[in-house]
Design a protein around this ligand. Sequence first.
Ligand SMILES: Cc1ncc(COP(=O)(O)O)c(C=O)c1O
Length: 376
Amino acid sequence: MKFERFELERIQSEWEHIVKYNLSESGVEALRVSDLIKDTSLQHQFLNQSLGYPQTNGTIPLRELISSQYPDLSADHVTVTNGGAEANFISLLGLSQQRDNRNEMVMLMPNYMQLWGFGKALGYRMKSFYLQASSTEWIPDIEGLKRQLSKKTHLIAICNPNNPTGAIMDADSLKAIAELAQDANAWVLSDEIYRGAELNGSITPSMLEFHDQTLVTCGLSKAYGLPGLRIGWVASANDAFIYDLWAMTDYTSIAPSLLSDALATLALQPQNRKEILARTRTILRTNWSIVNNWLTEHSHLIDCIPPKACAVCLPKYHADIGSVDLAHRLIQDKSVLVPPGDYFQMPRHLRIGFGYNTDKLTMGLHLITETLQSIT
Ligand SMILES: Cc1ncc(COP(=O)(O)O)c(C=O)c1O
């Protein structure tokens, strides 16, 4: 099995702790442990916690809290993983074992490219359908999906809300995808890690509501601002399949961290969850208005379809330079990290993350303007 380089993760891993202005994050400013453990009796409980192995698929209280986010699911319909990345990894590995002679995977583009790279490594024939840019929003090309489906289609992979555009596919679009998946007898693998990070506060419907043969992957890294916990999950109406995916984690990481499981259980208590998602929304709205003002002021250099969710947007710049070159010039000349659109198969775009510190965001945007002006 040959893995192609996961360019987005590489450029982030190499530069995010070195540059002065990191606009590559796709989530919001991370919470602190003390934001979750507020009272002293809880602090004592955590300090006295013995550090054994936890329940390897996640404790029952954690899985119950997770399953309550989806209709008709229970703790047995969920397995907890180390981040959304492991959730995607075991889901696709598990699906690939069942593909018989159906070897095609149709993936929504642009997208976070983990499933693209891993799908190729597993020998899938990769196909795409697209979010198309209208003047005001990204719209899924359902007819395009229809054209890509064949007797060989094994699964459709989507990311909703979408990284890198911040687009949301609504219930009608999800229903249309579900109907096509049903006709093709295909699985849907739906990465919903940005669910809960909608600017208007209205939680995006889960694909689980529309198609039985769905695996949802999710986690606390983005909408919840808790990437350091490394808590993700896979959820499905098919509990037997979830059981098989759990068995795969015997080979990957065995279990999530015990402390992370406990902190995640705290974060997902209904009142805490509400407050955490409200904080995320406030950050997104405040910071998006900074980015939006900057875009309006510099529309001769760069323009963007506004995101509806996530702490990222995908503007198109007008300068005559490839996006990888531009990203490296920004790192070298200005100490600004922004992932190039080419890493999402979107040339002449940049993905700007706006979920962190507002001063650094403002300065980073200013430095991007300087660079674009020097090229145009
Ligand atoms: C769409 C998507 N899925 C999964 C992941 C991986 O998430 P985690 O950091 O929880 O492993 C990311 C990270 O950026 C992502 O953007």
